[in-house]
Ligand binder design. Structure first.
Ligand SMILES: [Mn+2]
Length: 295
């Protein structure tokens, strides 16, 4: 029922088999069209399909990096079938697939879907890595202990992360509750609000530099300003622009061993292609930074 109309016929960027078959690909994209914990504007289930469609328009040569990042090999898995059994069950399904990817020594790149999907991903990484850190680019702190009756909500993803990972750094945040503010007080979470980045990215770059351990990046597209990213579950004004976000990502890939990432919360708006393309290009940028770091 949920999977209706979700057929995704193509792989990311429409790459030929030599650069997209499983055995020759370092990067593996896992589409997770799941949005059953969305609380405001739903449609995240259509995110992966929109990203893959838009990826066909992304130029394969990266003019900043002066390279062709697809040479790293990018395999796209079929979308992970959503379940109505609840976010905890879905989380378990995601965890199991990501565990397989890590076992195969692939770089998992998960595309959502709402932010709840990250919980299962982090659990898989926790099995593989004794210590790893998370960098979260997001408008929201997502530090609620539970939300709408579940501890597996998109609004709880960072709280669950604090229970699993060695450190959590949040950048671009501009919306959290009194309960979350109180939790932050007594926590080790490093939060860089968007308002501190209006004139300079320095506080965020410094925070990235100080991260220890292998790094997992979770990027909620609402970290971007709602003017360029209206197509998301909970759009927020006062966000970052394109160059700010890619500068932060570039620094993270330069300074750290990035072991996986996800890009979540694109909820496409019919007839508006720019946000879909922004996300597709952003993902290719991340792959480009990974490729550069590896070569
Ligand atoms: Mn968010």
């Amino acid at each position: 029922m949920i999977a209706e109309g979700l057929a995704i016929p193509q792989n990311f960027a429409g790459l030929p088999p030599d650069f997209s078959r499983w055995e020759d690909s370092h990067v593996v994209i896992l589409p997770v069209p799941y949005d059953l914990t969305t609380s405001y504007q739903s449609g995240g289930r259509f995110g992966p399909q929109a990203i893959l469609e838009a990826s066909l328009q992304v130029e394969l040569y990266d003019d900043e990096l002066e390279t062709e990042p697809y040479e790293i090999g990018i395999h796209t898995l079929p979308p992970l079938e959503p379940t109505v059994a609840g976010p905890e069950v879905m989380s378990g399904k995601i965890q199991s697939v990501v565990e397989d990817l890590l076992e195969a020594k692939k770089f998992p790149l998960i595309i959502g879907g709402d932010h709840s999907i990250t919980i299962g991903v982090l659990k898989a990484f926790a099995k593989r890595y004794k210590k790893f850190s998370v960098l979260q680019l997001d408008a929201h702190a997502d530090l609620r202990d539970s939300y709408h009756g579940t501890t597996y909500s998109h609004a709880c993803v960072a709280r669950r992360a604090t229970e699993i990972v060695s450190s959590l750094t949040q950048i671009g945040i501009r919306n959290y509750s009194a309960e979350e503010a109180e939790f932050l007080e007594g926590s080790q979470v490093k939060l860089i609000p968007a308002r501190d980045l209006q004139s300079s990215l320095e506080p965020a770059l410094k925070a990235i530099d100080s991260i220890k351990h292998p790094l997992y990046i979770t990027l909620d597209v609402d970290v971007f300003d709602s003017s360029i990213m209206p197509a998301t579950g909970t759009p927020e004004p006062g966000g970052l622009d394109w160059y700010a976000v890619i500068a932060l990502l570039r620094r993270a890939f330069e300074k750290h061993e990035v072991v996986g990432c996800d890009v979540v919360e694109l909820a496409p708006i019919g007839g508006m292609k720019a946000p879909d393309f922004l996300v597709a290009k952003l993902i290719y940028k991340m792959i480009g930074y990974l490729y550069k770091a590896k070569s």
